[in-house]
Design a protein around this ligand. Structure first.
Ligand code: ADP
Ligand code: ZN
Length: 511
């Protein structure tokens, strides 16, 4: 029916287990082949497989693709008119389809629940199951209702699937969906064809253009930016420089979004500049690169987004430009975010794990897999493997910087950011230095052994290691408890040396 020669990874085990009536929780990376895990059991078991998916915009495509294979499928969601709905409802009750796709919000309505009672259900498949995790990166309140499936239809087997794999998320899914008896199937999360690279951010658009020209000319790819404005600017910049690029963010009207998405899927070699609103469920096999111009908020997010590259198994690039401002900005966003203390602590923990991945001197893939509780060997296909960064003892540099921050703090009512401290350390007599007589400080000029870029890298890493923090609307630098340990010589600070030139791919660039 599907035309494949063999099962992949744990597919056969999962299919056997669910077809036999067992519950399952499936963790498999994007592109791993999750759909087959519920489609085949739905065909094998009597009745209709009910698939709950948040991806309303893709249901039509998914159902069309199944019909093309000869699988009888239908969907119910808010985009249909009454006649279309009636037809699918009749087919469901008569058992004339094998798969029925539903949006999670539909299950909350009495009408849909009564409809399901009138037919025979082969199984429930809960796709993108991490959406039930309240502290995760994709929480959808409608998913909380899905615990009702077990209460109302206790004999129907359930399979929950996700590409988000941390232990915490897995436990939360099992608990919230009442999947207490479910067998857990965890596939390897390694995506060996993706080359991970994280580079220091200087002028990100130019760096991106350089990457596209030297390694990805004519390739399809996705460029993620944090803000809508930056999405627009980047798409314009690429277009002006001869790269066919489209914007995608939640601020564009629905028609433009749909048009840009379908052009990206159907045409060759388009670059989609997008916020993270774009990408879930997008099945385009030949995305050759995913670039991040801003720091993702969590390792899960980074993994999901980069995972959209190279679903066809061919060499692909995951490239992230990351700098001091990212750390400052993200810490600010967390400080000013809504929600209680616990929520902010949770966001901060996610960010810290992401920062640790950026600043590691180890293999990126090993770090990434370790985050998901999996082990691996140094991969040879990431920037730190290809040009290992050196680490250096930055204790003295850290002490110089932290004491500058300490001295500036004692000036009441004055707030200074990174720039002023660096100017002081480098001994620059700028107007602002003269105005506040900072050239009279004992730290003035004591840091001219490092360049400005090197100082900014030091500050970035101090922020990442929480030896320094930012505060207030002007991003004033402040000391943390741990800063005291460094100043009091009770703690060493190891830092990552920036590669002289950004690491380049080992493979030969395309002609
Ligand atoms: P996921 O939902 O895990 O991201 P999909 O179910 O969309 O992944 O499958 C990803 C791709 O892999 C699809 O193009 C699918 O046709 C293909 N695929 C799935 N299972 C197999 C298999 N056993 N052999 C070959 N290709 C497969
Ligand atoms: Zn590596």
């Amino acid at each position: 029916m599907f035309g494949y020669e063999s099962f992949r990874g744990p597919q056969a085990d999962i299919i056997g287990h669910v077809a036999g009536g067992g519950d399952a929780l499936v963790l498999m990376p994007t592109g791993g082949g999750k759909s087959l895990c519920y489609q085949i059991p739905a065909l094998v078991r009597p009745g209709v497989g009910v698939v709950i998916s948040p991806l309303i915009a893709l249901m039509q495509d998914q159902v069309d693709a199944l019909k093309a294979l000869g699988v009888r499928a239908g969907f119910l969601n808010s985009t249909q008119d009454l006649d279309e709905r009636r037809l699918v409802e009749q087919e469901f009750v008569a058992g004339e389809i094998d798969l029925l796709y539903l949006a999670p919000e539909a299950l909350g309505t009495g009408g849909v629940q009564r409809l399901l009672d009138r037919g025979k259900i082969a199984l429930f498949a809960i796709d993108e199951a991490h959406c039930v995790a309240q502290w995760g990166h994709d929480f959808r309140p409608d998913y909380l209702n899905l615990s009702m499936l077990h209460e109302r239809w206790p004999d129907v087997p359930r399979i929950a699937l996700t590409a988000t794999a941390t232990e915490a998320t897995r436990q939360e899914i099992a608990q919230r969906l009442r999947l207490t008896e479910a067998r857990h199937f965890v596939a390897s999360f390694d995506r060996p064809n993706i080359q991970y690279r994280i580079v220091p951010k200087a002028s990100p658009q130019k760096q991106l253009l350089d990457l596209l020209r030297t390694e990805h000319a004519g390739d399809a790819g996705i460029v993620y930016c944090l803000s809508r404005a930056n999405v627009e600017k980047t798409a314009e910049f690429l277009t002006a420089n001869g790269v066919a690029a489209l914007p995608y963010h939640a601020g564009l009207d629905a028609r433009t979004r749909a048009r840009n998405q379908s052009r990206f899927l159907r045409e060759d070699g388009l670059v989609m500049c997008a916020t993270i609103a774009f990408g879930m469920g997008i099945d385009k096999p030949d995305v050759r690169f995913v670039a991040h111009l801003d720091l993702p908020k969590s390792v899960e997010g980074y993994y999901q987004e980069t995972g959209r590259a190279g679903r066809d198994g061919l060499p692909s690039t995951a490239w992230l430009a990351y700098g001091l401002q990212d750390v400052v900005q993200q810490r600010r966003l967390i400080d000013t975010s809504e929600g209680d203390q616990r929520h902010r602590r949770n966001l901060a923990a996610h960010l810290d794990a992401m920062l640790a991945l950026c600043e590691t001197v180890e293999c990126r893939r090993v770090r990434l897999l370790a985050y998901f509780g999996q082990t691996g060997k140094a991969c040879g296909n990431c920037d730190t493997c290809m040009s290992p960064p050196e680490s250096w003892d930055g204790t003295i540099a850290a002490q110089k910087f932290l004491s500058t921050v300490y001295r500036l703090k004692s000036e009441r009512n004055q707030k200074f950011g990174v720039g002023q401290s660096v100017d002081i350390l480098l001994g620059r007599r700028t107007d602002k230095v003269a105005q506040f007589r900072h050239d009279e400080l004992s730290v003035f000029g004591i840091g001219d052994d490092l360049s400005e870029a090197e100082w900014r890298a030091v500050v970035r890493q101090l922020l990442a290691q929480q030896l320094l923090a930012v505060e207030g609307e002007f991003n004033t630098l402040v000391l943390t408890e741990a800063s005291g340990e460094v100043l009091g010589r009770r703690r060493e600070v190891m830092l990552r040396k920036e590669p002289a030139r950004p690491a380049r791919a080992a493979r030969t660039p395309k002609a």
